[in-house]
Write a protein that binds this ligand. Structure first.
Ligand code: AMP
Length: 276
């Protein structure tokens, strides 16, 4: 049944797109991962870039890097608009988390669900002080974790920018000095996440100890960057997707399987300061 609804066609005629996924690990422990969805003309460059990124993981030297390439029929690409972007500067990570908590609650996430998800992200959501490879799925009402495997979580893949739209985004972001590739990648991911069935909101801060900006994103508020959302030097981070529990299987199928191409930009609001 699911195969009929979400077909993945191999060996299509014409110019296929490719889903490329990279995973780097050491002694079986996940170090980094990334995914692209690109036309055939950019496949070789994307594979090289992901391989380079995998072998030079910022955390530790990996002992295994896996690259996986799957063709995707262009007719299956689901067009998406990027979420609008705002940046709110705060005076400390504590203020950042207070702001994130307020935004999530204003978007329909119950206070206990916010508290539980933030606690898990703070401690390492995989347990034992470790980060997950993917995202937590959190019931937006009860705060219960819904993902089948709490170490892996749900890994969003098959989303990327149309090249022309990405170039326009890069130019717009540069006006505000926002040049980090993480922002473009996270915005693509968040734009797909916000379009998933049953999605209420997303919360993210990075596991990169040097990258302290995080975000809350929702279909209504858009992509709200919060700087800082964690302390410099903190190696723990992750993502929580707050969902309506009854949409669990449709939501996971969309996030993991449906290929999405971002073909339009949302608005970009100049960075501003937030005070409680
Ligand atoms: P990053 O923003 O790359 O530092 O990732 C922060 C955290 O988000 C990681 O530790 C993972 O738990 C999670 N994550 C990264 N990439 C994905 C993805 N494609 N889908 C779901 N979760 C992800």
């Amino acid at each position: 049944m699911e195969r009929d609804i979400f077909p993945v066609v191999h060996g299509v005629r014409g110019k296929p797109f490719y889903s490329v996924r990279m995973r780097a690990s050491r002694h079986g422990r996940h170090l980094s991962g990334a995914e692209r969805l690109i036309p055939a003309s950019r496949l070789a460059a994307a594979v090289t870039a992901l391989l380079r990124r995998g072998v030079s993981s910022p955390v530790q030297q990996p002992d295994r890097v896996i690259l996986r390439v799957d063709p995707v029929a262009p007719r299956l690409l689901h067009p998406l608009s990027a979420l609008p972007i705002q940046t709110l500067k705060v005076s400390s990570p504590a203020q950042g988390r207070l702001l994130a908590s307020r935004l999530l609650q204003a978007s329909g996430v119950a206070p206990r669900a916010v508290r539980r998800a933030m606690r898990d992200l703070r401690r390492g959501a995989a347990g034992g002080g470790q980060c997950m490879r993917g995202a937590m799925l959190v019931d937006a009402q009860s705060g219960r974790r819904l993902e089948a495997d709490p170490q892996r979580g749900v890994r969003v893949s098959r989303v990327d920018w149309d090249a022309r739209v990405e170039r326009r985004l890069v130019k717009r972001l540069a006006r505000y000095g926002l040049t980090h590739h993480r922002l473009r990648e996270a915005l693509a991911l968040a734009s797909k996440v916000a379009a998933a069935p049953g999605m209420v909101a997303e919360l993210c801060w990075s596991d990169d100890p040097t990258y302290t900006t995080g975000y809350v994103s929702t279909p209504r508020l858009g992509y709200v960057r919060i700087a800082p959302l964690k302390a410099e030097g903190d190696p723990l981070g992750g993502r929580a997707f707050f969902i309506r529990a009854e949409s669990l299987s449709a939501c996971v199928a969309f996030l993991e399987r449906i290929p999405c191409r971002i073909v339009a930009l949302g608005s970009l609001t100049p960075p501003r300061t937030w005070r409680a």
